[in-house]
Design a protein around this ligand. Structure first.
Ligand code: C2E
Ligand code: MG
Ligand code: MG
Ligand code: MG
Length: 283
C-alpha cells in the first residue's frame, strides 16, 4: 500500500510534470498581463451571404501575440482563461473591441453589418460579465442590439444560470448563434426552448460533402429543419468550390471558410470587402 502510494507520489513529481506546471503558471502570469500590454488582437473572418455572394457579417476570432512564443491560437489560451476566470476581463475586451470595429464598418462598408463573437459558458455565467456594460457600449456607439451576434455552444444551454443569462441577452436585442452545431450534446428540444437566430453547421459535416454521403444528408436535413423553425443557417469550414456549390443548392443562407477567406486583420478585411464588391458578386 505504502509502496504504491510512494510510487504515485514519485510520478506526481517527475521533472517533466514540474516543468509543465511551471510553464502553466508562467503562461497564466503572462495572460494576466496580456491585456495591459496590448498583446491580444482580433482577426475577422468573413461570413458570406450565399445568395448574393456578398460579405454581410464577420466572426471575430481572438489571437495572442505572445512576446516569446509568437502568435498563439485561442485553443492555446482560452481554456486557461476559463480556468482562471480571466475570460471575463478578456471577453469584455473582445466585445468592446469588436463593437467599435462594427460601428466603424457600419458607417463605411454596410449599414447592416453584423459582428459575431464567441462566448464561453464560464464567461456567460460569471457575474463579472456585465451585460449592462455591453448595453452601454452599444448605446455609446449608437448600435442596435442586432449589430452583435453571440456565438454560444450547445453546452451552455444545459446550465440553468446560462439559460437565464441567454434570455436577458435576447431581451437586449442581440442575436444568438448556435456554434459547432451537431458536435455537442445536442438535443433538438433546445431548438424549441430557446429562440435561436442562427445555427452554424460544424465544419466536420462540411468537410466530406458528396451526394449520397451521410454528411450530405445531414446538412440537407439540418438546413430544412432550421428553416422550418425560422432559423438561418451558416455553414462553417467551406474550403472548396464543390462544398460551396452543394451548400448553395441546399439553400444554406451563409458560408464561412477558407474558400472565401481565412481570418484576417481589420485592414485586410476592408480590402476584401472592397475587392469583392468591385468584382461584382464574387460568386
Ligand atoms: P469556432 O468559433 O468554431 O471558430 C472557427 C474556427 O475554425 C476558427 O479557428 C477558424 O479560423 C477556423 N476555420 C475557419 N474556416 C476554416 C476552414 O475553412 N477550414 C478550417 N480547417 N478551419 C477553418 P480559431 O480562430 O483557431 O478559433 C478556434 C476556436 O476558439 C473557435 O472555434 C472558438 O470556439 C474559440 N474562440 C476563438 N475566438 C474566441 C473568443 O474571442 N472568445 C472565446 N470564448 N472563444 C474563442
Ligand atoms: Mg465561433
Ligand atoms: Mg463556429
Ligand atoms: Mg465552430
Amino acid at each position: 500500500e505504502a509502496k504504491k502510494f510512494g510510487r504515485n507520489r514519485y510520478h506526481y513529481f517527475t521533472p517533466d510534470m514540474q516543468a509543465q506546471a511551471q510553464a502553466r503558471m508562467q503562461r497564466i502570469g503572462d495572460l494576466r498581463l496580456a491585456l495591459s500590454r496590448r498583446e491580444l488582437c482580433l482577426r475577422y473572418q468573413p461570413i458570406v451571404d450565399l445568395r448574393s455572394g456578398k460579405i454581410r457579417k464577420a466572426e471575430a476570432l481572438v489571437r495572442w501575440q505572445h512576446p516569446s512564443l509568437g502568435l498563439l491560437s485561442p485553443q492555446e489560451f482560452i481554456p486557461l482563461a476559463e480556468e482562471t476566470g480571466l475570460i471575463v476581463e478578456l471577453g469584455n475586451w473582445i466585445c468592446e473591441q469588436a463593437l467599435e470595429q462594427t460601428a466603424s464598418w457600419r458607417r463605411t462598408l454596410d449599414p447592416a453589418f453584423q459582428i459575431s463573437i464567441n462566448t464561453s459558458p464560464v464567461q456567460l455565467c460569471d457575474n463579472g460579465t456585465r451585460l449592462d456594460a455591453w448595453l452601454t457600449w452599444l448605446d455609446r456607439l449608437q448600435l442596435p442590439g442586432s449589430a452583435l451576434a453571440l456565438e454560444i455552444t450547445e453546452s451552455i444551454l444545459m446550465s440553468e444560470a446560462a439559460s437565464e443569462r441567454l434570455l436577458a441577452i435576447q431581451s437586449m436585442g442581440l442575436e444568438v448563434s448556435l456554434d459547432d452545431f451537431g458536435t455537442g450534446y445536442s438535443t433538438l428540444s433546445y431548438l424549441k426552448k430557446f429562440d435561436i437566430d442562427y445555427l452554424k453547421i460544424d465544419r466536420s459535416f462540411v468537410q466530406s460533402l458528396s451526394p449520397g454521403s451521410s454528411d450530405f444528408v445531414l446538412c440537407e436535413a439540418i438546413i430544412l429543419m432550421a428553416h422550418k423553425l425560422g432559423i438561418q443557417v451558416v455553414a462553417e469550414g467551406i474550403e472548396t468550390d464543390t462544398q460551396h456549390r452543394y451548400l448553395v443548392e441546399m439553400g444554406c443562407d451563409y458560408g464561412q471558410g477558407y474558400r472565401y477567406s481565412k481570418p484576417v486583420s481589420a485592414d485586410e478585411f476592408e480590402r476584401l470587402v472592397a475587392g469583392i464588391h468591385r468584382a461584382g458578386n464574387g460568386n
